[in-house]
Design a protein around this ligand. Structure first.
Ligand code: COA
Ligand code: MG
Length: 298
């Protein structure tokens, strides 16, 4: 694995809230320009009915050629290459990007091996890719997938994963932990962004908050969402809190003071602070700054 990178957990692009928008719904596509989401997945796959696939592809290429979605990360989820639409989706998005459409990456569904990404890269050369991690084979091949030179991020597809596993919904997501953990390890080892799966009960704010907090505590950069009503909860859960920022500033100040006096370990609130904690503290401040900059620009 020659491309192993130093992990860059948060990167510079906030990805707290990643909203799926059906590529067939013109009204939703329009509305999304004013929504407080850090990233958008324009979907041609599961959110679009078979009879609407071709029209959605054309609509999306047209909308993305003209509309301004600001500094948000913009992904297009294409259909799989085992369907009749996948190859033309990839080719159409590559053409749209070549003619100036602002698409940051193609999101490839059901990636089970690096070869699935190679196939898309042939039709969309030079285009950044993201991978839906949602098959059992994909979990087992997470490292090889993460090592793909065009890959920039991973999205957990927990509904498909549950279907393949034959697992049941549990609020604690115990059946998901092995897969989530493997993908997190792979993403971090290769410096990729990684966002958690969706919470299906989109009116259940409390359940969503609990799942966001679990994903945040595990290390995810954000959560994929299906409805605008879920945005505020994800944005809050994945942003550094005021208390965390305050602690980070105090850790940096205390550590600076100790190192100026020739020491290497500070103590803040009864806990040791070493250089590695300072790296985390600075990353947290950078993340808050990036979130602030996105809000200003958006
Ligand atoms: N993105 C942008 N806008 C959305 C949206 C989305 N994902 N979901 C709903 N909206 C908009 C609606 O267009 C509506 O706007 P309007 O009132 O200005 O017309 C508003 O939010 C309220 O929508 P609401 O009536 O509450 O929901 P709905 O019945 O229109 O849609 C869903 C509910 C679940 C069908 C819809 O949210 C959806 O299709 N989500 C995406 C599903 C998806 O992408 N699945 C694949 C990944 S798991
Ligand atoms: Mg899926």
């Amino acid at each position: 694995m020659s491309s192993l990178q130093v992990a860059d957990p948060q990167g510079t692009q906030p990805c707290r809230s990643v909203l799926y928008i059906p590529g067939s719904r013109e009204r939703a596509l329009e509305k999304a320009r004013d929504l407080a989401c850090d990233a958008i997945i324009f979907d041609l796959e599961d959110a679009v009915a078979p009879e609407e696939k071709t029209a959605a592809r054309d609509l999306l290429a047209r909308v993305l050629a003209g509309a301004d979605y600001g500094p948000r990360l913009k992904l297009v989820r294409i259909n799989g290459f085992d369907t009749e639409w996948g190859r033309e989706d990839a080719a159409a998005m590559a053409r749209a990007i070549a003619s100036g459409a602002k698409i940051d990456a193609i999101l490839v569904p059901k990636v089970s091996a690096p070869a699935d990404l190679d196939a898309v890269a042939v039709l969309a050369p030079g285009v950044s890719l993201w991978a839906m991690m949602e098959t059992c084979a994909g979990m087992l091949n997470a490292q090889a997938i993460a090592a793909h030179p065009m890959l920039r991020g991973m999205v957990m597809g927990t509904n498909d994963l549950a279907k393949e596993l034959g697992s049941r919904f549990r609020a604690d997501r115990l059946p998901m932990q092995a897969g989530l953990g493997l993908c997190l390890l792979a993403a971090r080892a290769y410096g990729l962004t990684i966002v958690d799966g969706v919470y299906n009960a989109f009116r259940d704010e409390e359940g969503l908050r609990a799942e966001c907090e679990q994903g945040r505590d595990m290390g995810f950069d954000g959560k994929t969402l299906i409805h605008p009503a879920q945005l505020a909860v994800a944005n809050a859960a994945f942003a550094p809190s005021e208390a965390e920022l305050d602690l980070a500033r105090r850790q940096i100040a205390a550590f600076d003071e100790v190192t100026a006096a020739g020491g290497g370990v500070a103590v803040v609130d009864g806990r040791i602070v070493e250089n590695l904690h300072i790296v985390t503290a600075r990353a947290l401040l950078d993340k808050a700054a990036a979130i602030g900059a996105l809000a200003l620009a958006g």
